[in-house]
Ligand binder design. Structure first.
Ligand SMILES: [Zn+2]
Length: 306
């Protein structure tokens, strides 16, 4: 058999040939698949034309009710080389379309060419329905070829995502999934993985933020007990906080002089601060390490404002 691509449907002979290889279970599913697809395609085309919104939870009955027009009940197939059915016009048929109109309480059994005449569905609708049937045949053939090649769908591959029940029924009948069905599942799988990855990254970011925050807290609390460490470890404030005795005097001589001049006026509560400042100045003079930020803190807040 010449196995071409899915752009044209298989010939009748090819379909028959592959059908011979099927188990009864597979054959039953494939027959039902084609019939069901055609019925719902018919309704879909009419619904679309009439602006009816088709939701997934609508069953065929509800949709037929909403469409309120000629709907397809059944397509009978007399088999290759046979014409056992008859159209309303008298012509003998292999394929017979049974269509019904609930409100008009009418049912017709027609050949494809008479569909338009009897139902008065527009030629545009009939054309769209035919196009839809063609696509259904392509899908049927895709499945036939997949089965012919022994392709199987491994459902385990899609663990963790929601698989539509109709897909499961298909797989239960030993029918592999169509490429478009597989793509839908792969897309879902991909989206789920991306979501998980994003969650992972988010958690990682939170963790890093926590570590950063903790280490900063640690530094802050350290600088409380050891101020010297803080400005000597921070390059940014180094030049500002680590100054010489000469610089200290140059910057603060006037203030120091002013305080000294009114030394006896310093209130009792601030005398200790003045002692601290003098100790720092003396330490600086001795070229010892001194706490300049403490010098500024003590002076700025209290003494200089006196
Ligand atoms: Zn006819």
């Amino acid at each position: 058999m010449n196995l071409r691509n899915f752009h044209t449907p298989l010939t009748e002979a090819e379909v028959d040939e592959i059908y011979q290889l099927f188990t009864p279970k597979q054959r039953q599913y494939m027959d039902a698949f084609t019939k069901r697809s055609k019925k719902s395609k018919w309704l879909e085309v009419l619904a679309l034309k009439k602006g009816i919104i088709v939701t997934e939870d609508m069953d065929t009955e509800q949709l037929a009710e909403a469409v309120d027009d000629w709907v397809l009940v059944e397509i009978l197939d007399g088999g290759r080389g046979n014409r056992p059915f008859r159209c309303e016009c008298g012509m003998s048929l292999r394929y017979q379309y049974i269509v019904t109109h609930k409100k008009q309480n009418k049912t017709y059994k027609l050949g494809e060419t008479c569909l338009e005449n009897y139902t008065h569905l527009t030629s545009e609708i009939i054309r769209d329905i035919r196009k839809g049937f063609h696509r259904i045949h392509l899908e049927r053939d895709e499945l036939l070829l997949k089965i012919y090649r022994g392709e199987k769908t491994d459902i385990k591959e899609f663990a963790g995502i929601e698989i539509p029940p109709s897909y499961l029924v298909q797989i239960e009948h030993d029918i592999p999934l169509l490429d478009k069905q597989l793509k839908k599942l792969h897309d879902q799988l991909h989206a789920k993985r991306m979501e998980e990855l994003q969650k992972q990254h988010q958690a990682e970011r939170e963790r890093l933020k926590e570590i950063f925050y903790q280490s900063r807290q640690h530094r802050v609390s350290k600088s409380y007990t050891a101020p010297y460490y803080s400005y000597h470890s921070s390059p940014k404030t180094h030049s500002h906080l680590c100054i010489s005795y000469e610089e200290l005097i140059e910057r603060h001589l006037n203030e120091l002089k002013q305080i000294r001049a009114k030394e006896e006026l310093i209130p009792a509560g601030l005398r200790k601060d003045w002692d601290i400042i003098q100790d720092i100045v003396r330490a600086a003079k001795r070229r010892e390490k001194f706490d300049y930020s403490r010098f500024k803190r003590t002076g700025n807040t209290k003494l200089y404002k006196n």
